[in-house]
Design a protein around this ligand. Structure first.
Ligand SMILES: [Zn+2]
Length: 463
């Protein structure tokens, strides 16, 4: 039985969503939860996190967060998604002021969940036909997450492939990409050793699935080099090996970061330093942690090795990843028969803090935009944050990213929030507001209008 119905890290904003089934909580916790105010709940949650979040969910979503912080492709994807979504909002708002009419096609945003076919030919064991497989970038990420999650939590050897296989069967988890790897190297014992560094290396490029296949094609047991390499004891220098293949053997060029849909595969070594345009503005959630992560990597040899083989990391490097490279913003939705509600939590940008105010609202606009555009583009949506089925906005579900669901649906500020934010955005960009004043005072918009417009202008300069 699990407390967590559904959890995920949004791949654009990198806000973490955790859905808790209150009926699965210990009765005292549930009772306490019903009585607490939001602010008191936040404080209580910080001290008693594991009363609400299953340990495996915690580690799983943490691993997704590390991917946004430290995988160049995912970091780049988050930037590009923000840019694409902000542009789409602008274009749709110009076309119609009624958001319920909005509809668009954004193939770029489907990219991570689209099957890509890969053929590996030069593996003698597979004969002339080689091996062909179809996977998505998301499956690669999920398989990586499953393995690192298991390695962090399990008490057996990190390379006990049989135990990992049993765990995969018992837990709902992706294993398609791992299975491909096992098939190519013809050994689960070898696959489990190289899989994490292999996926990390693939996400250093602009075509992760293609690179995954490319790197796998070098894992040829008939080659004496590879046989000698795997005969060594762990920890082996997998990261160096894959880096050597990408830069020396394949000699990938630098990827063109202005073009998300570029056909050519390339290296994304500068992606972790991305800012919007020539501004210093980075990704609102990821950039501070990415800076921290890069600084550590620079000064502390082996720091990033945690993401390839967590079991061989020093205690300090593990602690920094697990406690400090930690999702700064989380929306917890507690589903309780008495009182379902959403609670926005933040650890602050650089230090643990629960002061969600301005920062929280900035993230809030991007979550709302994200939800609206995903709905307009027919992309998969996050889970419901509202249970007012009788509300006039519920069915259309453009509000799927809006977490401030009121007690009474009549009080819902979603449409107002959306139109105010768009209006302010147009005003800041063009200097000519459609109406001179916001329809309702929003202290946050007033205070942050400068930041928002700088951010949006930066977005436009990215290409
Ligand atoms: Zn996942």
């Amino acid at each position: 039985m699990t407390k967590n119905i559904r959890s995920f890290v949004d791949p654009m904003t990198f806000v973490r969503f955790i859905h808790v089934d209150a009926t699965m909580l210990p009765p005292e916790t549930w009772k306490k939860y019903d009585a607490l105010t939001d602010a008191d709940f936040r404080a209580y949650f910080l001290e008693n996190k594991f009363e609400f979040v299953d340990m495996d969910v915690e580690v799983h979503e943490l691993a997704h967060y590390w991917q946004g912080v430290a995988f160049p492709y995912i970091h780049w994807y988050a930037f590009m998604s923000l840019k694409i979504i902000s542009e789409a909002i602008g274009a749709l708002a110009n076309a119609s002021s009624d958001y319920k009419q909005w509809s668009c096609q954004i193939p770029s945003l489907r990219r991570i969940s689209q099957k890509q076919a890969i053929q590996i030919n030069n593996l003698n064991a597979f004969g002339e036909d080689g091996i062909r497989f179809e996977i998505t970038e998301l499956e690669l990420l999920e398989c990586y997450t499953s393995l690192i999650q298991w390695q962090i939590i399990t008490e057996t050897s990190a390379f006990d492939a049989a135990t990992f296989r049993r765990w995969l069967k018992r837990n709902p988890s992706y294993h398609s990409a791992y299975d491909v790897c096992c098939k190519v190297v013809k050994s689960e014992e070898i696959a489990i050793r190289l899989f994490l560094p292999l996926v990390r290396a693939a996400f250093r490029t602009s075509r992760p699935v293609e690179s995954f296949g490319l790197l796998l094609s070098y894992m040829n047991l008939d080659s004496s080099f590879f046989s000698t390499f795997i005969a060594q004891q762990e920890p082996c220098r997998w990261d160096e090996l894959f880096s050597h293949i990408l830069t020396r053997e394949v000699d990938l060029p630098d990827a063109n970061m202005g073009d998300f849909d570029t056909a050519q595969n390339g290296l994304l070594d500068n992606a972790l330093g991305l800012t919007f345009g020539s501004s210093k503005l980075g990704h609102p959630i990821l950039t501070p942690d990415t800076k921290r992560w890069l600084q550590e990597k620079e000064s502390n040899e082996g720091f990033d090795g945690f993401l390839s083989s967590p079991r061989f990391a020093t205690e300090r490097n593990s602690r920094i990843h697990i406690q400090e490279i930690y999702p700064p913003s989380t929306i917890i939705r507690i589903h309780s028969p008495n009182r379902s509600r959403n609670i926005f939590m933040t650890r602050g940008v650089n230090a643990p803090s629960l002061d969600a105010h301005d920062y929280g609202e900035q993230i809030h606009s991007f979550l709302v935009f994200n939800g609206v555009i995903r709905r307009a583009a027919g992309l998969s949506l996050g889970s419901r944050l509202c249970s007012h089925q009788s509300c006039q906005h519920y069915r259309a579900n453009f509000c799927n990213g809006y977490h401030l669901a009121p007690e009474d649906p009549k009080d819902c500020k979603f449409p107002l929030f959306l139109s105010n934010t768009i209006e302010q955005m147009n005003y800041q960009l063009s200097g000519t507001p459609k109406t001179p004043m916001l329809r309702e005072e929003s202290s946050w918009l007033k205070k942050n209008a400068g930041l928002l417009s700088k951010f949006l202008r930066g977005l436009r300069r990215m290409n």
